[in-house]
Ligand binder design. Sequence first.
Ligand SMILES: [Zn+2]
Ligand SMILES: [Zn+2]
Length: 177
Amino acid sequence: MSAQTKITRISALQKNDLLSLANSSLKYWHAKLQHCAYKTCPLPEVKLNQRGRIAGSAVLQRNVIRLQPMLFFQNQDYYHSDVIPHELAHLAVYHLHGKVRPHGVQWQNLMINVLNVKPLVTHQLDVKAAGIRTFSYACRCGKYELSAVRHNRIQKQSQRYICTRCKEPLAESLPIQ
Ligand SMILES: [Zn+2]
Ligand SMILES: [Zn+2]
């Protein structure tokens, strides 16, 4: 164990605080849609039920934004500045254009020109600090950190993951004890 205290659970009270924080952030970003073609997009609902290493996701057909509660709890500024506008943009694009490429030209235009947010598609948040378990895998050309879900699929032999660069299957790299 590291000296840093690891928080792996958040209380119901903290969840309530996170929800109201997310909702006021969402209202701030949603207000920015009012002066463009996206103004007809209804205010989405926020749920704190995203699991794993994913910061957040958008449930397009239900107009719901799912946030990973532990990552949100530990990175609140980043969620306001990046994750919430990112997911809102997905929902607004779906509302106006239907099913198009998720990080395609409409989404990028909305992020850059309306919301004024860098259109990033990956995050650098500390998933270990958020108590999210990862498993180390390697191929010929590098290392990967996989989520518990992916790790379990590989262990059950129901799925293989191929490195996009060297096309080799990933194998678990275990530490020397
Ligand atoms: Zn996205
Ligand atoms: Zn590789």
